[in-house]
Design a protein around this ligand. Sequence first.
Ligand code: GUN
Ligand code: ZN
Length: 422
Amino acid sequence: MTKILIGQSVAFGASADELTHETRGAIAIGDDGLILFRGPLSLLPRAFEMSPHEDFGEALLMAGFVDAHIHFPQYRMLAAAAKDLLDWLSRYTFPEEAKYADAAHAADAAEIFLANLFRYGTTSALAFCSSHKTCAEALFNAAHKRNMALIAGKTLMDRNAIPAVQDTVEQGALDTLALHTAFHGKGRLRHAVTPRFAITSTEAQLQMAGEVLQECKGALMQTHLSESAGEIAWIKSLFPNEMDYTAVYERFGLVTDHSLFAHGIHLSARELGALNEAGSTVVHCPTSNTFLGSGLMEMDGRNHIGLATDVGGGTSYSMLQTMGETYKVQMLNGRKLKAAELFFMATLGNAQRLRIDAETGSLTVGKFADIIVLDPAATPVLEARHALSNSIEDVLFALALLGDDRSVKATYVAGEKVHSCL
Ligand code: GUN
Ligand code: ZN
């Protein structure tokens, strides 16, 4: 049955400058989970007047967040203190990811992981799984059950890690192709070819990843690039003949317009030029970058930027906190972002980079009703700050800087309520 959500609706058009705000807004959602109407309540078509409705009062109705880079098998290993990225990977990350060879462990974890995303208002994500096919299968199955637009891939890694998380060129190819066949385009699921980074893949595996990417029609490619000083030095010694880190990925056909590179902090002008020319995306992960001491990514020079939590290197599932930390990192870089820019990046901007913007990322008629209800006065501090807000931009700014899961009152995926704390 058609249902109606009522509240203050905040919707973006094609850019951060096109923000529509209705103080009494309504969204009608059809049986198929698609948005049938969005606009002022006063203009709700008569045909919907008798439909069941939920009135959220002054809470904001917005598009659900899209997380452009997150690690499913790191869902519970946030805040693992280490010297740097490489220390963190070997000391905590690889042993934790090894547990995902067990299908039952992966299935249980997938339920918790998705519940976490929904509690924080994230309705779509591009996720790394472990190197085990079981891990990706568990996540895809759990997301499919909820009709969620989720993109994931099994991590390819055949060197420089403990044996329990390594695959081989052959097994990696077989598993990646099998996952593409089984899940890409199943409901709202999509697949991403996922080499972890050039340190943990041999040249033969990177070569294979490039070839498999061509075979996997419609798949994205996700990996890590230029995150930490130690990583870059190791890349230099592993690939002495390449002019820089990005050139390694270019050589194997991995720098494309459907490639997403997490971090991309320490890139040269040449590397930025190559990424921009290809139409690749650099995914900014501020809470991870400050936690691991990796560096402060500049936004300048990067044509396509995504925004992500990078849990569990990142210290929060919250895209609100991620926006807040993005603001602070960019202030340190001498750039002052507007709230509308931050919210745009965390919703439609990320959806565009993940190529799911035809179905999600904004409150647009015909898209899936991936919607969150945000309380701008959810905590005493927010409530007091909210009393000073004099524009919707200011309300959004306070939410980005001070909000977290306590502001997420409800989350809908394809029109179904998947989280509520009213
Ligand atoms: N580089 C290679 N693997 C990882 C990972 O799991 N997290 C982060 N932050 N960087 C990586
Ligand atoms: Zn990552």
